[in-house]
Ligand binder design. Structure first.
Ligand code: GLU
Length: 509
């Protein structure tokens, strides 16, 4: 029987999680769950110079918001921990030593100045077969010199010795066979002077120790793959290597190339999953969550950026995605990001969602606007009335704040040019009729009855309903939007309707 599927998302905690990163999480998660496997979160924090406080927490919060809970992680623990590479430091050296002993790696004693000088001397310098013998390392120096340097604790790194004239290939689940000429690959550092592994060594050792069966990551990691394949070959044997899938990029909506944070800023849409506050620059980058996306829609739209099940279906629950997911339907080419389409997904999910659930999600937006909600049941009802018109959660504020408080801005300019005394008379009488209803104990009436009564009054005044509906709407909501006029009257009730009619009549007279 095949080994249990184990996949990992292995981010370096250096900042906010880009759409592409969350999609990598999602495809890992879907593949694991589809195959009854395990999804592991491993924090690759060996590059201390890039450490950003808060970034790991942000990653965990994002996964939690998306509902993509790892089976094993620094937070959840698990049998293969620790799940933070900085806490595994002691585990890596033996593998670097093994590579040295086998002749697949070497000590390099070059100082930062040596490297700088070389870079100045040689354009596009790479520490590789072409130049390694000009540098200060255990290949170019005599054994005695090397022993002496090591004995004196001279700072050094360990580099992989990439073989010459070989072809290294891997079978990528999405791309098929991908081959690399080793002459183009540089001798990457594996272990740094402080004993910390680099990403290249740590990723291979940990994928092995954590029994990872499939490694999915962004296409931008493909150039590093030959180093990883060589390390697998030298350390554990290629038959042990996980199956790779390099996921296509998410592309900018206009032009070519990877969608970047800057594209989002330029075009006015989020690129990160959630708001990211960067403590180094003291700036916040907006996220999908805070823009008013619901996690179900966010996950759904990410799945569709690069995958489909071969039908026209676009709206999927996570359970449907798990059931339907397969890597052979992941496209090779990059997927262009379209923010309008992303909003459409969110709108579809809002329509699908229970009103109670939406009420809980929308409440904070009302709080932020200072709109007090006294009656939860009323909020739930209003949500049902306007949800068809909302794509993002803050749209509920524009679409429904008039249910909770009278509009302060009334678009009288749209009705003033055609306003006349007959219309004032009409609305004065309408308010009087409503008032007499209130006096007889009626608070509100069904929209259909209100509409019939309105039309009778229009007929009596020998006017046309079309001329009066828009002014009535503007009186009630402030502008040319909102659901059916009489549904609004029914909901805000007669007393409030009268107040709004009277306020607008004052403005128009
Ligand atoms: N630590 C790498 C990153 O920051 C992970 C690449 C991989 O999954 O191998 O994305």
């Amino acid at each position: 029987m095949d080994a249990k599927v184990r996949v990992r998302f292995a981010p370096s905690p250096t900042g906010g999680l880009h759409l592409g990163g969350v999609r990598t999480v999602l495809f890992n998660y879907l593949f694991a769950k589809h195959n009854n496997g395990e999804f592991i979160l491993r924090i690759e924090d060996t590059d201390q110079t890039r450490f950003v406080p808060g970034a790991e927490q942000y990653i965990q919060d994002t996964l939690a918001w998306c509902g993509l809970t790892p089976d094993e992680s620094p937070l959840h623990g698990g049998p293969y921990g620790p799940y933070r590479q900085s806490e595994r430091k002691a585990m890596y050296k033996q593998y670097a030593d093994k590579l040295i002993a086998q002749g697949n790696a070497y000590y390099a004693f070059d100082t930062p100045e040596d490297l700088d000088n070389k870079r100045k001397e040689v354009p596009n310098f790479q520490y590789s077969r072409a130049h390694r013998m000009d540098m200060k390392n255990s290949l170019s120096l005599s054994k005695e010199e090397v022993d002496e340097l090591l004995k004196n604790n001279t700072p050094h790194v360990i580099r992989i010795k990439v073989p010459e004239n070989e072809e290294v290939s891997l079978e990528d689940v999405i791309r098929g066979q991908v081959s690399f000429d080793t002459n183009m690959v540089d001798d990457k550092v594996l272990l740094k002077a402080d004993g910390m592994p680099t990403y290249h060594l740590a990723v291979v050792v940990d994928d092995h120790l954590m029994k990872i069966t499939h490694a999915f990551r962004g296409e931008e990691w493909l150039p590093s793959a030959p180093v990883h394949v060589l390390l697998w070959k030298y350390l554990f044997g290629l038959e042990q290597m996980p199956k790779w899938a390099h996921l296509p990029l998410i592309l900018k909506p206009d032009g070519n190339g990877k969608l970047s944070k800057r594209d989002g800023e330029r075009l006015g849409f989020p690129v990160f999953a959630m708001d990211w506050f960067d403590p180094n620059t003291n700036t916040t980058t907006i996220g999908f969550k805070e823009r008013g996306f619901v996690p179900e829609a966010f996950v759904n739209l990410l799945a569709m950026l690069g995958w489909n099940d071969g039908t026209d279906k676009e709206i999927y629950t996570i359970e449907e995605l798990i059931a339907g997911f397969s890597l052979d339907r992941v496209h090779k080419g990059g997927a262009k990001f379209d923010y309008e389409k992303a909003k459409w997904f969110n709108g579809e999910w809002i329509k699908k969602m229970e009103n109670e659930k939406l009420a809980a999600l929308v409440q904070p937006y009302f709080d932020k606007e200072g709109i007090e909600i006294h009656d939860k049941a009323y909020l739930v009802k209003v949500i049902g009335l306007v949800k068809e018109r909302c794509q993002l959660l803050p749209d509920f504020i524009t679409q429904s704040s008039f249910y909770f408080k009278a509009p302060t801005q009334i678009d009288t300019a749209s009705v003033a040019p055609k306003w006349d005394a007959k219309k004032t008379e009409f609305f004065t009488e309408l308010a009087a009729i409503y008032n007499s209803k209130i006096e007889s104990g009626v608070i509100t009436a069904p929209a259909i009855d209100l509409e019939a009564a309105f039309k009778d009054l229009v007929a009596k005044h020998e006017l046309k309903p079309g001329e009066l509906m828009l002014p009535f709407r503007i009186m009630l909501v402030g502008g040319k939007f909102g659901p059916g006029v009489f549904e609004i009257v029914e909901t805000i009730e007669l007393k409030e309707t009268i107040a709004r009619i009277q306020y607008s009549l004052q403005l128009l007279s």
